[in-house]
Write a protein that binds this ligand. Structure first.
Ligand code: CTP
Length: 401
């Protein structure tokens, strides 16, 4: 099956007996890595409770167009913008008629009208209603507008009839939805990325830090999500918006960075260490603000843990990718770090040119090869980096291709 990881699916449920199957469908979507928001018509709520769908989707269920509370959280326009796909299942004859004529008199029909993402319906109705020329004319109208129609299946119906009109089974709908998307090169992989600087406290108001902007790590995180990876981004203090569709963890010090990374790496496939972690921290953190009493102050520094080396020395370690920020002999120093830190791949770059810049050029160094990537903006180079990682992973695990 193609991947649904990181995809946002708006599941619209209308009032048919097959609505009960949508509980299973929501569960399958979540299991496949998608985010699911459910919109139910009033009639749908007679067949299955919003609470069931809320529990299975893990998100609030949207019921009314004119619900001030729901609109406050995510109004019909936001819902329409949020979705990568709208699936209406079951879609009753009545709802298909509404779609065909562009009516918008409840939340679900309004979202559909406002939505530019792909829309699919899974019809479910009595076989005679399905065969009715009115229904068939409405179906022609919606297929002309590129709305996908999944099913219906043929067989026994709840009313005792036999024929076409059964909603497809949740598993079939899951596959049909997945087929609408491209599968990214990192689909299903868990990737942990750290980025930004760390802050090492001197006293309650002062710290030692560096100029790292976090832009490279954030670009990698965004691009990895686009390629279908489940991403955890562990970030030191930066002033960048938190990317969507990933788990983000904020840390300050190197020690916090280490603990957060170790925790996230227990079940991850790839670790990418981009963070500019302070190599040293003050030996002691003054409890009170240090006063300006003498002409000279000595701050004694002790070594911080090397986060990437610690993760690389774990027994079931992920595929390890590091960065090397250098100012001279960039590739040479990078290769030394690849070996010393026991990494699988390292991107060496010019620290002075790269910090805070939007563009980057790197040398990608592996045990037996070396190649230049970029220069380009950090998103474009991030895509090249991830392609290299995906290629390497598929070489390492040819059976899983
Ligand atoms: N790194 C780390 N923990 C540290 C220092 C660095 O995990 N305490 C990681 C960085 O995230 C990067 C790689 O190690 O992936 C190389 O970082 P860099 O700053 O270039 O090297 P250092 O090990 O700090 O060596 P030096 O400062 O001597 O160049």
């Amino acid at each position: 099956m193609k991947s649904l990881s990181n995809k946002r699916i708006l599941l619209g449920i209308t009032g048919g007996i097959a609505a009960y199957k949508c509980a299973e469908l929501a569960r399958l979507f979540v299991k496949a890595g998608a985010e699911v928001s459910v919109v139910m018509t009033r009639a749908a709520q007679e067949f299955v409770t919003p609470l069931t769908l809320q529990a299975l989707s893990g998100r609030r269920v949207y019921l009314d167009l004119l619900d001030a509370e729901a609109e406050g959280a995510m109004g019909h326009i936001e819902l329409a913008r949020w979705a990568d796909l709208v699936l209406i299942a079951p879609a009753t004859a009545d709802f298909i008629a509404k779609l065909a004529h562009g009516q918008a008199d409840d939340l679900l029909s309004t979202v559909v009208l406002a939505c530019s993402a792909p829309i699919a319906v899974a019809p479910a109705m009595n076989q005679a209603m399905w065969a009715d020329l009115g229904t068939q004319a409405n179906l022609s109208l919606i297929t002309e507008r590129k709305i996908s129609v999944f099913g219906p299946g043929i067989g026994d119906q709840a009313c005792g009839d036999v024929g076409p009109g059964r909603m497809l089974e949740p598993e079939q709908l899951l596959h049909s939805c997945a087929d609408l998307f491209e599968t990214g090169s990192l689909a299903g992989l868990k990737i942990v990325i750290n980025g930004g600087p760390t802050r090492e406290a001197i006293d309650p108001v002062r710290f030692i830090s560096n100029h790292s902007s976090g832009k490279m790590a954030y670009a990698l995180a965004n691009e990895a999500v686009a390629e279908g990876a489940r991403v955890t981004l562990i970030s030191g203090p930066v002033s960048l918006p938190v990317p969507e569709r990933l788990q983000s963890v904020d840390v300050e010090s190197a020690e916090e960075m280490l603990q957060a990374c170790l925790l996230a790496c227990t079940d991850c496939d790839v670790f990418i260490g981009v963070a500019a972690i302070a190599d040293y921290r003050p030996d002691e953190v003054a409890a009170e603000k240090i006063k300006k009493l003498s002409d000279q102050v000595q701050i004694s520094l002790v070594k911080n843990p090397d986060v990437i080396s610690e993760i690389a020395s774990q027994e079931n370690r992920p595929f390890m990718v590091g960065f090397a920020a250098e100012t001279t002999a960039i590739a040479e120093h990078g290769r030394q770090k690849l070996v010393k830190k026991k990494l699988d791949l390292l991107f060496a770059n010019n620290a002075v040119e790269t910090f805070n810049s939007d563009s980057i050029a790197v040398t990608a160094i592996q045990a037996n090869s070396q190649q230049d990537l970029g220069p380009g903006n950090k998103s474009a180079v991030a895509r090249q980096m991830l392609r290299l990682i995906a290629d390497q992973l598929s070489k390492n695990n040819p059976a899983e291709e």
